[in-house]
Design a protein around this ligand. Sequence first.
Ligand SMILES: NC(=O)c1ccc[n+]([C@@H]2O[C@H](COP(=O)([O-])OP(=O)(O)OC[C@H]3O[C@@H](n4cnc5c(N)ncnc54)[C@H](O)[C@@H]3O)[C@@H](O)[C@H]2O)c1
Length: 365
Amino acid sequence: MIKLGLYGAGNRTKSLIDTFKYDDFYKVHAVYDLNENAATALAAAYGGTVCKSADELASFDGVDAYLISLAPVAHADALRKMIPAGKPIFIEKPVSFSGAEMKELALLAEKYNVPVQVGFMRRYLPETLAALDYIKTNETGQVFSVDCTWHHHGETEMNYHVFNNTNDFRLKVSQIPFHCCHQLDVMLLMGGKVKSVTSHMNKIIDRPYPSPDDLTANVVFESGAIGRFHYSSMVYYSEISYRFHAENYSIKMNTQDKQMLEIFHRPRFVTSRLGKEPEKQADCGKFNVTYEGFCKPDTMEFSQGLAYANENIMYDFVRTVRDGVKPWADLWAAARVQGFAEAIELSAKLGRTIEFDEDGLPIID
Ligand SMILES: NC(=O)c1ccc[n+]([C@@H]2O[C@H](COP(=O)([O-])OP(=O)(O)OC[C@H]3O[C@@H](n4cnc5c(N)ncnc54)[C@H](O)[C@@H]3O)[C@@H](O)[C@H]2O)c1
């Protein structure tokens, strides 16, 4: 059984280890948290020894793998401390808010040959897995665009934390690198490497919430595809949705307030585009009936949600530790995601386009 060293004893740590509470894949062996009470309470419930410092955790005898989940600003330093211990690591997102720092960490992990899995669990939702699998196994032709929407009423989150604890990290970080990184991760899986980003934003409402009120980013991918990311924290509904357009098909994902995938195909043949008797069709509407018949969507609706995604990502981590399988969401993937998030906000603030280098990281001077 894998013996876990926990760096952080907060809510997310508990929900991650609860995922396989009764499956005997792992057990808690050691735990460290800045808040000793939190570490002691976790050890009382799950077992393991409480460490007095991060150094003690890093050298604690018998740990097979580490799980790091902290206030996001603490992640990079924690990772720097744990990588030299040479054990596989699961770390929550965001690992860092800077593409350059992410690259430094990815290189450090390579130097110590340490596999690091990052908690981008939205790529593990069933509809995302199905969409990515479809794109991989069905010839796209030219990809034209990837369009992503992340809308939420940020005031509810702000009200909650202002009411309960004005010190909560969720009031100190922007949603785009902190939370939308999940969507940006999927956007990169669909669109590939980014070439440049140009953003505009509104930040007009005076409130203790660092996220933009509204932001749109226009993206150019290396493949020639274009993209758009639209974030808003000043809307009064929630939507996390995607549109993928390519020469051979279009995919809508989660656009109907459901976990739904809709795949619309371009009619494949001249006959399916024109119909059997095009010469008899006098009006335009009827001329296109055949075309529209052929591109009616294949639709799939999924029921499994975030618990299923947690199960998938944690099982991948078990396989990394137990079977040596390479992590899917590794530090290089996270570097590209966090660099992308950084560039999206910076472009709006600086009022200029940001280009990306060959590693897929923003060029920021
Ligand atoms: N992937 C996901 O879907 C998902 C979901 C929820 C949370 N998260 C991530 O998990 C992380 C933790 O979130 P949470 O809800 O558990 O927060 P939390 O406040 O419940 O727990 C954070 C813990 O980290 C400890 N801590 C903070 N800084 C530390 C430091 N420098 N050294 C040692 N301990 C430190 C705190 O004392 C606390 O116990 C966040 O980064 C968040 O982004 C990810």
